[in-house]
Design a protein around this ligand. Structure first.
Ligand code: 6PG
Length: 250
């Protein structure tokens, strides 16, 4: 009798360390003068390869300010295969998409308004009556539009406190087995919606974009041989194929 055992890649690739955390994957660190230029080349290379090989390119974009020059640069390339692209957000602030702090508002203005991506290929976080409902709604969006498929490219930033996406030190999203979570981190202006490290890592290529000397201490903690993922949640991120850190910090 054929028993079909389907396990998520998460179990199947032995990525879990004993404590249920994803096993640390050695990132490839690229020291560059221009993070935007390198990230742009990576985005386009990954997009073209994904469309060529699978007919689709699914990407989870980072919020924050570091990637905005990249998004503006990509806006000058309407010739790329945007009609085969699906854009998700790795995290969002729990604010309307008209709010000045909305990641989707920033990404829409910098990129999405300028390229011919079909509207139903753009997947912002639904802002529901409460953050838990938004996190649940985004799980449905992911299930309905991606199924169990990984992203082709996940872009991430790094906070000076070692957070990434909306996963902050001392919050329990680090361990969450679900695809999405939410938190109300201390000292952070808005409640945060986020893909979990597990779901962010279900991506063929994951690239941290880290720019500015104020990130040096957090980068050192991210790259240290050992360290505490609760203190530096970015350490909980892995990837299916390539885990990159693109940085202008020497
Ligand atoms: C957000 C981001 C967040 C960001 C880091 C770095 O919603 O702000 O997802 O994780 O990537 O805070 O932000 P900067 O790029 O602005 O330094």
């Amino acid at each position: 009798m054929l028993v079909h055992v389907s396990v998520s890649w998460w179990q199947s690739t032995e990525r879990l360390a004993g404590n249920g955390y994803p096993a640390i994957m050695e990132p490839t660190v690229e020291h560059v003068d221009d993070v935007t230029a390198r990230a742009g080349a990576l985005f386009m290379e990954t997009m073209l390869a994904s469309v060529r090989e699978r007919g689709r390119f699914a990407t989870a974009l980072s919020g924050g300010s570091t990637p905005l020059p990249l998004y503006r640069h990509l806006a000058s390339r309407p010739d790329l295969p945007w009609d085969h692209a699906h854009v998700y957000l790795g995290d969002e602030r729990f604010v309307p998409d008209t709010h000045e702090d909305s990641n989707f508002r920033a990404i829409r203005r910098a990129l999405l308004e300028h390229v011919p991506i079909p509207p139903d290929h753009v997947h912002p976080w639904p802002i529901e009556e409460d953050p838990a409902a938004s996190a649940e709604a985004y799980r449905t969006v992911l299930d309905e539009t991606l199924g169990g498929e990984p992203f082709d490219l996940t872009l991430l930033g790094l906070g000076t406190d070692g957070h990434t996406a909306g996963i902050f030190p001392g919050t329990d999203g680090i361990r969450a087995s679900a695809a999405t979570t939410w938190s109300d981190p201390t000292g952070v202006e808005h409640r945060r919606l986020s893909l979990t490290p597990r779901r962010l890592s279900e991506s063929r290529t994951v690239a941290f974009l880290v720019s500015g000397d104020d990130k040096r201490a957090a980068l050192d903690r991210l790259l240290a041989a050992d360290g505490d993922r609760d203190r530096t949640p970015a350490r909980a991120i892995t990837a299916l194929e390539r885990l990159l850190v693109i940085t202008d910090i020497a």
